[in-house]
Structures are given as C-alpha cells and as structure tokens.
Design a protein around this ligand. Structure first.
Ligand code: LFR
Length: 491
C-alpha cells in the first residue's frame, strides 16, 4: 500500500489530502482543510504566507497523529504570485495577491514598449494583467526597497517547499505562468528580465514535474517529530495538476478545470505560438511530461463567489446550493455578460457591476439574486462554448465532449448548461482534480504508475464521472447568438 500526501492551495482555501493506492484504486482522505483569506493592508492585498506554511505543518501533524508517515509530499497552488528572500534566506514582506492593483496598467505599458508579438514569441503566454512579469515590472519601476534587497525570488509553492526542505528550486509548470520563461530556449528569458530591470540571479534552477526537490529538513523534523520525508516538485501550478487528473482515455481531449477560475483548453506536445493564438489571447502553460496546456482563462465562479459576499455584506445570507436553486427558478436567457470583462477582476460589488454591464450593453439589468446568478451561470456556459470552439480551431482537433474537473462540478446546473451550450456531453469528475493530479505525479515519480496514461486510467476507475447529455439545443443556439452579440464576441 503506497501512500502520498498532497497539499493543494486554492485562492480561498487549502487542503491536505492523503492518497493511498489500494487494490489498484486511489483512495483519498482529507486530513486537513483551512481557509486562505487574503489580507488588505493599506493599499495592498496580500497573502498570509506564514499562516499557509503553519497550516502545512498542521497537515503533517494530523498525518502523524493518524499514525501515517507519508512516503512523499507535493505542494500545488495558484500561479503567478511570488515571494522575495533576503541574502540570509528570510522572507521579505508578504507576497502580493494577483488581484492587487499594484501592477495596473503595466501590461499595456510593456506591450507598447516591447510589442505584444515579441513578448508572446518569447513566452507563448497569454496576456493577463497580473502575470509575474507585470507585477515585477511595477515593483522594479516603483523602486521597491524589497526588490532592491532581494537575493532570491520563489513562486508560492516553491517558497513553501523551500521552508520545508531548505532548498531553492522553481518548478516548470508554474515557472511558465510568469511570462518570463522561454519554452524554446528552456530558460528564464534574459531579454525580458533585462527590460524590466530584474536580475536573472534572483532565479533558481527549474525542475521538471516529478523531480525530487529535497527532503524535510532537520529543523522541521525536530519541530514536528517526523522523518526525512521526500518532497517532490509535482506539477505545482494547480491547473497543471488538475489537467494531470483529467480521466481521459484518448490523447485528444478538452478539459475545463472549474473552480474560482475556469480554465478551458487541451493538452498538446508543442506550444502554439502563432499570431492567431496571440490575438485570441490563448496561453501555452507548461504541463507534466513536456506537454503544454493550450488554454484560456475564464473568470469563472469568482463572480458568483464575490456576488455572494456582496449580498452577505447587505445582511442577506445564501448558501451556494440556495443560489443555484434560485437561478434555476429565474427566467432563462434574460441577460448576458462577458465573464472576462475587466470590471469583474477586482474584489467588490459584483451584482452592481453586472447591472452596470447590462445597462451599458442595452439589456435589462437583472435585479434579484436568482436572476443575477442565472445571468452569471448562463454567461459562463456560453463563454465555455466560445473558448471550446477556439481551442478546436487552434489545435486542429474536434472534441467529442468536455471533461470537467474541480469543485465547480458540484454545481450540477452549470454542468448541465455547459453541455447544453456546447451541444456535446460533459463528463464531470473528479472534483478534487488538483490534489489528485498532485498525488498522481508523486506516484509516477516513485514508479507506482508507469506513466500519466496509467495514472489517468486508474483515476477513471477510482472516482465517479457523471455524464451530462446536451438538450434544448435550438433554444441554446439562438441564445448563443444573443450572447455573442451583446458581448461583442461576434466581432
Ligand atoms: C487557478 C489559477 C489559474 C491562474 C490563476 C491565478 O487556480 O492557478 O490557472 O491563472 O489561478 O494564479
């Protein structure tokens, strides 16, 4: 019986999942779950990184108290954010949150200075205003004293792994999301770093997912009373881990990793660095086993989560199932938004922003929570169709359906509407995609699975997959035209 421990950190919560291989199947157990609340301090929105490290140690203690010594550990998290270390290895300040406004306008500025085509040719990465390159350029141009005194930069999972092992490495899948890593030369891009005035010496070697990245260091062993557990660099970008866990049996497949973000795309062997890919703002993020993730970020359930928080501030409490039920009862196709409108990026009053979007585009604004949630979920389903069709075009493939993984699959209405919108089946599961992909890479690295395809077929056997067949196709087809028109995506 071979076990492994996965720490999976999302933008609002984290968990420690123990995985066991039992009779040819994966059995998982959640040992620890904890909130990850970003903190607004003055102008800045930041991550409470030391608290996250504390929770990782709590997870290790819970394993120990359950009488389990994990055979290995892996950590995955959201991408693009980083921390800076001083010469003596101590953390300089708290890492900024990617939804912080510090780098506002920097993407446009660097685009003008360097040319978007040049940046894309060097990285193959989509233009998102919070990419590491823009965060770092903003810090560098503001003359940040932290950056000036920094000796090392590590991404979030690299940092936590460093605290555990004392060793500094980057990991490939997450490194690509910086928009500073050149997949062709397989190195940090010196020209881009030079332009933003950031020294290459801040960066450490990049490990491929599946590499051993150290063992739990003596001070931590002593503190927790545990052994020298090996720590692997898994596919540390949570989306990369989620893609590992897609229970596809064939090589050509499309996925939607559905959580706070919706990431929709396909797995490919070589980045698609064409002008068309750049103009459509697709990305080629690194994956397991020298693959790339040709995908697009879609704002996702963030808009719903933030709406719920806004209602909560007004004293109206709803659970997610309640909101989904109200959406089901509201009239269909009454109003649409483009979920990726920049006005939905920062935390704030989403219901008001949705109403403003609708007024701006000549639609009747939804008022009740049910109508607003219906508008969000239908708009997401429509955007999934749009991005799925573009993925087919860019990757020259036709998909028979869409694999959906992640916590969003608990929203059965969204799964059904996605199937309706794309006119193809949706195969939903597993919901803990990132944690399962994290475990799977540890098992591949340790030789328990021969390769990713064996891992995927065992995942398929171990976790239920629910099929949603498309229905009401004519109504959805007509509504898609309405959606494309009001969002301007038909232009
Ligand atoms: C999903 C995710 C996305 C990334 C966003 C910000 O959790 O990792 O892939 O674009 O968060 O880091």
């Amino acid at each position: 019986m071979s076990n492994a421990l996965a720490f999976d950190l999302g933008a609002s919560s984290g968990r420690a999942i123990l995985g066991r291989l039992q009779d040819g199947k994966i059995v998982t157990e959640e040992l620890h779950r904890f909130p990850n609340d970003p903190v607004q301090v003055g102008e800045r929105l930041q991550w409470d990184l030391l608290r996250l490290y504390h929770e990782i140690k709590q997870g290790l203690l819970k394993a120990k108290h359950a009488g389990v010594e994990p055979a290995s550990i892996g950590i995955d998290s959201w991408a693009v954010d980083y921390g800076l270390l001083a010469r003596d290895g101590s953390l300089l300040g708290n890492p900024n949150h990617y939804r912080d406004r510090a780098s506002e306008g920097m993407m446009e500025k660097l685009g003008e200075e360097l040319g978007e085509a040049e940046i894309f040719a060097r990285t193959g990465i989509q233009f998102l205003p919070f990419n590491t390159i823009y965060q770092l350029a903003a810090q560098s141009r503001a003359g940040s004293p932290l950056l000036e005194s920094a000796s090392h930069l590590l991404m979030i999972p690299d940092l936590l792994r460093y605290f555990l092992t004392g060793e500094r490495y980057h990991e490939f899948s997450n490194a690509t999301t910086t928009q500073l890593y050149n997949p062709v030369s397989a190195q940090w891009d010196g020209a881009l770093l030079g332009h933003i005035g950031v020294s290459e010496t801040l960066f450490s070697p990049v490990l491929k997912p599946g590499a051993i990245a150290g063992v739990v260091q003596p001070s931590v062993r002593e503190e927790l009373g545990i052994g020298p557990i090996p720590v692997y660099a898994i596919a540390e970008h949570d989306t990369a881990s989620a893609v590992v866990a897609v229970p596809a049996l064939e090589r050509s497949f499309a996925y939607l990793s559905c959580g706070t973000w919706s990431l929709l795309g396909t797995e490919i062997d070589r980045p698609v660095m064409t002008d068309e890919a750049r103009k459509l703002n697709f990305t080629n993020e690194g994956g397991f086993g020298d693959t790339y993730r040709l995908l697009k970020n879609i704002m996702g359930l963030w808009i719903l989560q933030e709406s719920r928080r806004a209602w909560e501030r007004e004293g109206k409490q709803f659970t997610f199932p309640e909101l989904v039920q109200l959406a089901g009862e509201a009239p269909a196709f009454a109003a649409f938004v483009d979920p990726d409108d920049p006005s939905f990026m920062a935390p704030g009053d989403m219901p008001a922003r949705i109403r403003q979007y609708c007024e701006r585009t000549g639609q009747e604004a939804p008022q009740s929570p049910g109508a607003i949630v219906r508008c969000i979920l239908e708009s997401l389903a429509m955007k999934y169709r749009y991005v799925l069709e573009l993925t087919e075009r860019l990757s020259c493939q036709r998909f028979g359906g869409l694999h959906m993984v992640g916590g969003g699959i608990h929203n059965t209405l969204l799964c059904q509407w996605t199937a309706d919108a794309i006119g193809k089946p949706v195969w939903a599961g597993p919901s803990e995609g990132s944690a399962i992909g994290n475990l799977a890479v540890q098992w591949i690295a340790r030789g328990d699975f021969k390769d990713i395809w064996e891992a995927r077929s065992v995942i398929r056997e171990s976790f239920p997959v629910t099929t949603y067949e498309p229905g009401a196709s004519q109504a959805w087809e007509a509504a898609y035209e309405q959606f494309s028109h009001v969002t301007g995506l038909d232009r």
